[in-house]
Design a binder for this molecule. Sequence first.
Ligand code: SIN
Length: 462
Amino acid sequence: MPDKLTVYNPATGEVIKSIPQQSAKEVEEAIERSHQAFKTWSKTSASERASLLKKWYELIVEHKDELGKLITAENGKPYQEAVGEVLYGAGYIEWFAEEAKRVYGRTVPAPTTGKRIVVTRQAVGPVAAITPWNFPNAMITRKAAPALAAGCTFIIKPAPDTPLSALELARLAYEAGIPKDVLQVVNGDGEEIGNVFTSSPKIRKITFTGSTPVGKILMKNSAETVKHVSMELGGHAPLIVDEDANLDLAVEQAMVSKYRNAGQTCVCANRLIVHESVKDEFAKKLSEQAAKLKVGNGLEEGVNVGPIINKKGFEKIVSQIDDAVEKGAKVLVGGSYDRNDDKGCYFVHPTVLGDVDTSMNIMHEETFGPVAPIISYTDIDEAIELANDTPFGLAAYFFTENYRRGIYISENLDYGIIGWNDGGPSAVQAPFGGMKESGVGREGGSEGIEPYLETKYMSIGL
Ligand code: SIN
């Protein structure tokens, strides 16, 4: 493994920076420091941890423009969207600074008068996090903030495409007064570091956001030392537009859901399931809006859709479009791309596909790109069955103005996150996470600190 990791701008191919990579031995040393630091950090008061987190939050907000530029440089998303991510990410820190003070225990009536039962919560121990490139900032804070709030120490292994945001977040954490061994960043070979994390008995919890296949490996490998795991894995979100939907709202929100981050989010609408009676109008309106999006370098004014993170991601998107077209789908807008293999820059123009059917790969695989395939239905149970016909269960969306139908649809969708007339349901205050092969555990909301806590009960004999 080279001792340096070079980070490139996916929009220009330029080198942003080369940073040191850590060997397996250095990662083991980081784990030992985390283990030692846990002994003191876990004993600090909740208010002390809350004020350090609050300070970290304030510094991030103060530096939101630089952090946003850094996200755009290493990930490619448009600058305004990147600043939005910084504020979204900082919101998790503010939220968990407050939640730190609300880790309550309880007393329980004992079986006899000669006993008392007291239930307390304590930090699980040192935590290792493996975080993705699609939200280089917010997917770190969403994990680090509850961990630190609970009293855990924390080691981050960011994605190799976007490690700079992680390093910058850590720098601001140190400036806020969070001790260096309490929050550490390691970079290097993903598989090697993953194995060091999972095999170490000192790491008591693994938290991961990324693909389902990698999540499964981490879960299997964590079994050896019976670690706690939180997994935020792949998605294949359906977006149902029912016959009585407000179509303009459905189009507006489908745009938000589908084209944010060039379609590279786990919660992006991946399958648009539209009632036959409104399909043509919906497809026309969506195509008109998609055609207006400007593709390019996210630092340029007016750009709405940035590059695809890398060649592998780009080739998957193109192969799904080609497969769909070969099997009879119609390209209503987009379907084109700009590729520069020499520079490693790849852009896909916002695409809407009509006449899609279930034989097409795009109906079964996560796309992670700006492609909206439209399939139609006549009966709502058919739409729900189609929506649930996947191993994934992260986010699902539906549009209807009819509340009876809305309740029916929401109760029958097997998904952890439901957007009813809402294409952007993610919020710091709400529990984010999936069912089935989309993951284990929830991040955010009052649930978000739970995975970092152990329950202990004490039976006191009088
Ligand atoms: C993700 O794609 O995993 C995160 C998206 C979000 O928090 O909205």
